[in-house]
Design a protein around this ligand. Structure first.
Ligand code: TRP
Length: 337
């Protein structure tokens, strides 16, 4: 345990998790959780774009923890952390923000895109939203993590975190390892409507907790090749979300190849392709749903998992903050100084 490398990664609590989270993150975390010492963080300081719906944030904290348990993340092997239960995150972010030129945030492409999205919804951007990448850097540096499994869109934040670690270490002495990003197998999953990204706010998700008939119905209505009017028309496989989902989630690669071949040749209807996809998704989600139901019926287990994770995260946070205060030499009131 002691010489395992440390991982920290996080999710914003905006709602229950969906297939995009699974393919882009959770599936990867499941593999990593026994190889590394993992801190999985619910980033409830970083959803200031939901300030007008705090109830949703509170609910989502539980939903995320439930979904983590449901997919098989093991709170004994790893640490489930709620960010605000470890306020050292905010403390470290304050010091780190000293070392970050304003221009670096202003130029951050992911942040820029997200702020534009908020403004497109005719809302103003909270100051806390503009500075969330600093909190994210603090999340990563607080347990002195070596690796950060994230989606591609998070790369600017990881780069910024590395820069902050270097700057701190150079000016105040070595405290932080320079963390490295680790991009997953499916960097970004399309939505069921064919839009670039599966996202709750667009309403094009399949949630991990969706019931079997809900999955069937969502797949039945999925966007497919719009140029194809009859099953005998040759169809397009590339860029077709139904086949992207097959590639991402159907473990029967021969079946997928056969469907693609027949689709291109106009020898299979969308109905069959979709039925096979729905079956593959339900095979994946069935056991997840069952475990979720178990934990929903035993909320004490969810609470215990979070309580243990927060306690352990707090311990390493205090250790790091002692190192930080030492490095900054801000122990002004120590009696023997
Ligand atoms: N910003 C990340 C996202 O939107 C979530 C996140 C918060 C995170 N803190 C983190 C990811 C720390 C990695 C490490 O997906």
């Amino acid at each position: 345990m002691a010489d395992k490398k440390r991982i920290l990664t996080g999710i914003r609590p905006t709602g229950a998790l969906h297939l995009g989270h699974y393919a882009g993150a959770l599936e990867n975390w499941l593999r990593l959780q026994h190889e590394y010492e993992c801190y999985f963080l619910i980033a409830d300081y970083q959803v200031s774009d939901y300030a007008d719906d705090f109830e949703r944030v509170r609910q989502a904290v539980w939903d995320v923890a439930l979904d983590w348990l449901a997919v098989g993340l093991d709170p004994q092997a790893s640490h489930f952390v709620i960010e605000s239960q470890v306020p050292e995150n905010a403390e470290l972010a304050t010091w780190l923000s000293w070392l970050l030129p304003l221009g670096m945030l202003q130029r951050n492409p992911t942040l820029k895109a997200e702020m534009a999205e908020i403004e497109a919804g005719h809302k103003s951007v909270p100051v806390a939203f503009f500075t969330y990448p600093v909190l994210q850097a603090a999340n990563i540096l607080l347990p002195r993590a070596h690796l950060v499994p994230v989606g591609e869109d998070q790369s600017p934040h990881i780069e910024m975190t590395r820069e902050l670690a270097r700057r701190f270490n150079r000016q105040f002495g070595d405290v932080f390892p320079e963390p490295e990003g680790l991009v997953g197998r499916v960097p970004r999953l399309v939505g069921t409507d064919g839009q670039a990204k599966m996202s709750k706010s667009i309403g094009n998700t399949i949630e991990l907790k969706d019931a079997e008939d809900v999955v069937n119905e969502k797949v039945r209505r999925m966007y497919t090749d719009p140029t194809r009017l009859r099953a005998t028309d040759p169809g397009h496989v590339e860029g077709n979300p139904v086949f992207m989902f097959h590639d991402a989630f159907n473990p029967d690669k021969d079946e997928v190849e056969d469907l693609k071949e027949r689709y291109r040749a106009g020898r299979v209807g969308d109905v069959e392709v979709k039925q096979k996809l729905a079956k593959a998704l339900n095979d994946l989600l069935g056991p997840i749903r069952e475990r979720r139901a178990h934990f929903e019926a035993h909320p004490g287990l969810v609470r215990d998992a979070l309580e243990k994770g927060c306690r352990e995260a707090k311990a390493i946070a205090q250790e790091t903050m002692a190192m930080v205060r030492d490095a900054l030499q801000i122990d002004y009131l120590r009696s023997d100084s």
